[in-house]
Design a protein around this ligand. Structure first.
Ligand SMILES: Cc1cc2nc3c(=O)[nH]c(=O)nc-3n(C[C@H](O)[C@H](O)[C@H](O)COP(=O)(O)OP(=O)(O)OC[C@H]3O[C@@H](n4cnc5c(N)ncnc54)[C@H](O)[C@@H]3O)c2cc1C
Length: 492
């Protein structure tokens, strides 16, 4: 009789792959059930003719997190993907035509800041020290652990660290202590969008993103960031994980506070000792498990979570090569108003900040016959779970017009384009109201008290991904997969 423990991972995003690799290595016979045709979830490659694009994460930080998933199971990460550091990674362009490069080279960064404001340049070393402290605190107390009940918060070191992580100050206020020029503040405040939130609400804790970008550095993956998902998939298969695509889980069967099996659209049933839900827990937990079997996570509770920011993305294949940086941001005129419109009114900004990623600037072979522009405008999450009427074509043209007003004329050399909006994200990945990063961090409760990594009601059901701990963004979800796998291994 086979006594090997069985694990089923629902969803083959980065968090699911990360958990599956570790579980399989530690002796669980692991199966990933993925609804889509391919693995990687929000991180995947899109091709338009000869132009290849990364959808999802364009800015990669914390490369060691991705590498250690493989090195911890005895694999050499370099055999799966290679990171290329982008020293001067982002060009920030402001409405008055001035610009500010962001660089992880400290001398260069000080030169850049002094071009705009001498005092901000003088304060930069102190800023770097502060954000490093915030990172170290989070890394020590939050990043490498699961939270599975309220008791997990009852620790004095944790309480102390939560208080020192500047929970009561907002990110905008934090940045104003160091930087005096509105343009510089704007550029740093954009970090709030990396966690899908507003700098006027998100706690200063997330100043730590400054350490990741300016201290640790920004990376690109050779051949495109989707190589990370492809590498994880290859490693998982090499270790023996069974990966089944086009296998959508539609129901979970619970008996005596245990999930015993899950059922898929194709009519198959998968039994296991332990289950990891990588699909967004805010949409899939309520969908798969009857409300009566999850009294601690009622539908009302689900509705109380504020979704993170969403995005309207255009992938534009052009025959022309533009004078653009790998990461380039065009700031709108009314940045504060834009966050207000998105989070308070549920509207797009009227003069939105536009982010462009053109990986062909670093690796021209990604798009040999022109540029591959990934163009992103912050979008409000969907208002409810129903389809919303929205004119995508009109919005696409509006974005081109905004860029033309800033001197970037894409339409004359546009060969093909593809639009992904919040509704597409909700349809394709079952993302909670189209959110990029699961739950927003605009409220203290949602920052520090995210949904747990484990069901309170079905004890063998665990959660990994952006809606749970430690948070959204590609390195965080990979950590959540690792943390959950380690927790399961300890217990089983
Ligand atoms: C436009 C965009 C830009 C981004 N930019 C960045 C960035 O620059 N840097 C960064 O770090 N992060 C970025 N992110 C966020 C990052 O992509 C996500 O945090 C990360 O990829 C989420 O991984 P995940 O495993 O938690 O979820 P997902 O990738 O959503 O994976 C979940 C998987 O579960 C599957 N699934 C769901 N329900 C079921 C079911 N019932 N049965 C079977 N399968 C199911 C889904 O199809 C999906 O494949 C961006 C995201 C987007 C969309």
């Amino acid at each position: 009789m086979n006594t090997q423990k069985q694990a089923v991972v629902i969803g083959g995003g980065l968090a699911g792959l990360s958990a599956a690799i570790r579980l399989q290595y530690e002796g669980f016979q692991t199966t990933i059930l993925e609804k889509n045709n391919d693995i990687g979830g929000k991180l995947h490659e899109v091709s338009l003719g000869t132009h290849r694009f990364d959808f999802g994460p364009n800015t990669i930080t914390m490369p060691h997190v991705f590498q250690s998933v493989l090195s911890d199971v005895g694999e050499n990460p370099d055999n799966y993907f290679q990171f290329v550091p982008l020293e001067t990674h982002t060009k920030n362009v402001f409405e008055d035509g001035s610009h500010l490069y962001f660089s992880s080279n400290h001398e260069k960064m000080i030169d850049e800041l002094s071009r705009l404001d001498a005092q901000s340049a003088l304060n930069y070393p102190q800023y770097l020290k502060e954000v490093k402290k915030l990172y170290q605190l989070a890394n020590h107390h939050f990043f490498h652990r699961t939270f599975s009940s309220w008791k997990d918060y009852l620790s004095i070191p944790l309480a102390k660290s939560m208080l020192s992580a500047k929970p009561m100050e907002n990110l905008d206020h934090f940045h104003r202590k160091f930087f005096k020029d509105e343009r510089i503040i704007r550029a740093f405040n954009r970090y709030a969008t990396y966690i899908g939130s507003s700098p006027y609400n998100a706690p200063a804790t997330f100043g730590l993103i400054g350490h990741l970008e300016m201290g640790d550095g920004v990376y690109y993956t050779k051949g495109g960031n989707a190589q990370i998902a492809a590498g994880f998939k290859n490693a998982a298969e090499k270790l023996g994980v069974t990966i089944l695509c086009n296998e959508e889980v539609i129901k979970g069967h619970a008996v005596n506070k245990q999930l015993t099996s899950v059922e898929t659209l194709s009519g198959e049933r998968y039994h296991a000792d332990v289950f990891v839900l990588n699909g967004d827990l805010l949409t899939q937990y309520p969908r798969l498990i009857n409300e009566s079997d999850r009294p601690s996570f009622s539908n009302k509770k689900v509705d109380s979570y504020e979704p993170s920011i969403s995005a309207f993305v255009i992938l534009a294949a052009t025959s022309e090569r533009f004078d653009l940086h790998h990461h380039q941001v065009y700031f709108g005129n009314e940045v504060k108003q834009e966050f207000n419109d998105i989070f308070k009114k549920g509207l797009y900004g009227t003069d939105p900040t536009i982010y462009l990623c053109t990986s062909s600037k670093t690796e021209p072979s990604m798009s040999p016959d022109g540029d591959n522009l990934f163009i992103l405008v912050n979008a409000p999450p969907l208002k409810n779970r129903n389809n919303e009427m929205f004119d995508r074509m009109e919005m696409e043209q509006r974005i081109y017009q905004h860029l033309e007003a800033k001197g970037l004329s894409i339409r004359p050399s546009l060969e093909q384009s593809k639009v992904v909006d919040p509704q597409t994200l909700a349809n394709n990945y079952y993302a909670y109201r189209g959110a990029l990063y699961g739950v927003a961090s605009n409220r203290r409760k949602d920052t520090f008290l995210r949904p747990y990594n484990r069901s309170q009601d079905l004890h063998n059901l665990f959660f990994a991904g952006g809606s749970t701990h430690p948070g959204g963004g590609s390195p965080m979800v990979v950590l959540s997969g690792q943390n959950v796998a380690k927790r399961i291994i300890q217990e089983y």
